[in-house]
Design a protein around this ligand. Sequence first.
Ligand code: NZQ
Ligand code: ZN
Length: 386
Amino acid sequence: MKNFNMHIPTKVYFGEGAIKDLSIEIKKYGNRVLMVYGHGSIKRNGVYDDVMAVFELGDITYVELSGVDVNPRLETVNEGVRICLSEKIDFILAVGGGSVIDCSKTIAAAVYYAGDPWDLVSYKTKIQKAMPLGVVLTLSATGSELNGNAVISNTQTKEKRGFSSEWMWPKFSILDPTYTYTVSPHQTACGIVDTLTHLYEFYFSAKEDAELSDAMSEAVMATVIKYGKIAIAEPNNYEARSNLMWASAVALSGMTNRGKTFEGFNHAVEHGLSAIYDITHADGLAILAPYWMEYVLDEKNVTRFARFARKVWGIVDEDDMGVAKKGIERTRRYYEYLEMPSRLSHVKIDDARLDAVIDHAFLGDTLGHLKILRKQDVRRILEAAL
Ligand code: NZQ
Ligand code: ZN
């Protein structure tokens, strides 16, 4: 098992009605809030009204930054920084899904940096400090509510980059599963695929000596698969929504990957697809994962794929290679059941700009460890997925 450090500084309020603790938490940091949200789903489902009621009761002053796009953009970050400085904001509250949270985290860090915030995203400059921020989560998917990561798009350079800092962990996250009842079947499916892929990125790593992390990952995957089906059939099922909400938060919190190595293929290549074609993150992940699994599976790593098939999908058979292939097939069939796209052509991607996607994905010469991939390997995977 690899050495690791761990510190999870985010206070989680979980369950129906958890919003009641919002003003107590905010008041620890001040009274002037920048409330960040997206394109209005919170106004349609009542979450906005709940936040307003808490602000009124707690006598909290606020300024709004709305219109955060999916695949949040640097321009919105700049606008948020401008507001924080001109309005003397004490605290940033993200109300939404991963895009809103990531935009808020980046604003929080960029407030203390005089240069272009892209310097922080691209690791040209190390984050030294950030404003305090909190989260009211409305979509179970990215796990951004319980980590220090953010992903931002630069439309000018056509880049989408993930970055991380201990300063960007939320001070608290309010996780009320009823706030996700209005998430559409497709966005629910996207959240399921994103959560599963966060687990794959570490579960399928070359070394197999972090048993507890592997067993925890398998439990989270099985939970997501089971309750994903239920949440799609019954959007207001509390048991399903609450299990999905906790699973997605845990999946990228670090709890399930201690001692493991980051594989990274799926996220590196998907961020390239999103950067060049502006597609939904999980649409890209759903297309890539089965083709990636098929490509990397070989005699050296077959036991890992066979374990995945047996423990997560419950496939019973003696022959490791046969079981491993069936596990990949079951993954593909589950994604079809979720009505996720299974080919790049389904999201209008042809091979015209695949080289740009590949260049975006590679920061060094290789990707992954389970099977070391070079650019020509990634091209083969993408061509199989066309
Ligand atoms: O714009 P609004 O009105 O908020 O609507 C959103 C958006 O259209 C809607 N939505 C959210 N909550 C809802 C709802 N609709 C109805 N009812 C609700 N309760 O859902 C749509 C998608 O929202 P978004 O925040 O974009 O989705 P998600 O949470 O999947 O975030 C995706 C972004 O996060 C990045 C992705 O790359 C992408 O940019 N990621 C962030 C990570 C992190 N910070 O750790 C890790 C991930 O791997 C990922 O890369
Ligand atoms: Zn993801």
